[in-house]
Design a protein around this ligand. Structure first.
Ligand code: 6GU
Length: 217
């Protein structure tokens, strides 16, 4: 998988892409994450990527031309590729969506700023317009990072094999149950006795009872 992120703030992705699991996956050649400065696709002296909205209104709007050129230059020759526009107005990002995206070869992420992106990007350039939840961020960057993490861990070889296979097997979603590790008692806070019992049947029952289903496909 190749992630190409188009953003006004590429520096935000530097520490993120050097995080342990993503770093290792990139070193192994399983995936790549590249953040591209949108200004690269401007020609004017001031490298302008936004302008005042037609019809008036607050804030600035991201211009269509640099976005078009960026996507055009990044899209080259990769067949299974999708262009995603991140905005608070988009369709909700889900685990199911992440599974579908994990099958692709390239994801091009356009990070919108919160005031807006020229609507022609959503209409003519993006395949999908996506939001990560019902709240407003300052821009699409954090949303793109959330999607990169979620999709990456579904690609074989990125996370531990056992977790990966377990999640893949559980098509109806998997149980996330409370977990504990040493010590058995911290202050007065006890680890549930059943987990120390060695009774596997009881333990499985406990996990089912206390687990919450997430990541339903
Ligand atoms: Cl993708 N962008 C912004 N600006 N805010 C958001 C979002 C995206 N998803 C949820 N809130």
């Amino acid at each position: 998988m190749r992630f190409d992120v188009i953003t006004m703030f590429p520096e935000l992705f530097e520490p993120f892409t050097k995080e342990s699991l993503l770093k290792r996956a990139q070193a192994k050649g399983i995936l790549s994450v590249e953040a591209h400065n949108l200004r690269k696709w401007t020609k004017d002296k001031h490298r302008v990527v936004d302008a005042k909205p037609y019809g008036g209104g607050l804030g600035m709007v991201m211009k269509i031309e640099p976005i078009f050129k960026a996507v055009q230059s990044l899209k080259s020759k990769i067949p299974k590729s999708k262009v995603i526009l991140f905005t608070p107005r988009g369709k909700k990002f889900t685990q199911q969506k992440a599974h579908a995206w994990a099958k692709l070869d390239q994801l091009i992420f356009i990070c919108g700023r919160y005031e807006g992106v020229d609507e022609r990007a959503a209409k003519h350039i993006a395949d999908e317009e996506i939001s990560i939840g019902d709240y407003v961020l300052m821009g699409g960057e954090v949303a793109a990072m959330a999607a990169i993490e979620t999709v990456s861990r579904l690609i074989p070889g990125v996370i531990g094999k056992e977790t990966f296979l377990k999640e893949r097997k559980q098509k109806t979603g998997f149980l996330e149950y409370p977990q504990y590790t040493r010590p058995e008692v911290f202050r007065t806070w006890q680890v549930p006795k059943v987990l120390l019992s060695g009774n596997h049947k009881k333990i499985e029952e406990w996990k089912k009872k206390h687990g919450r289903l997430i990541g339903r496909k």
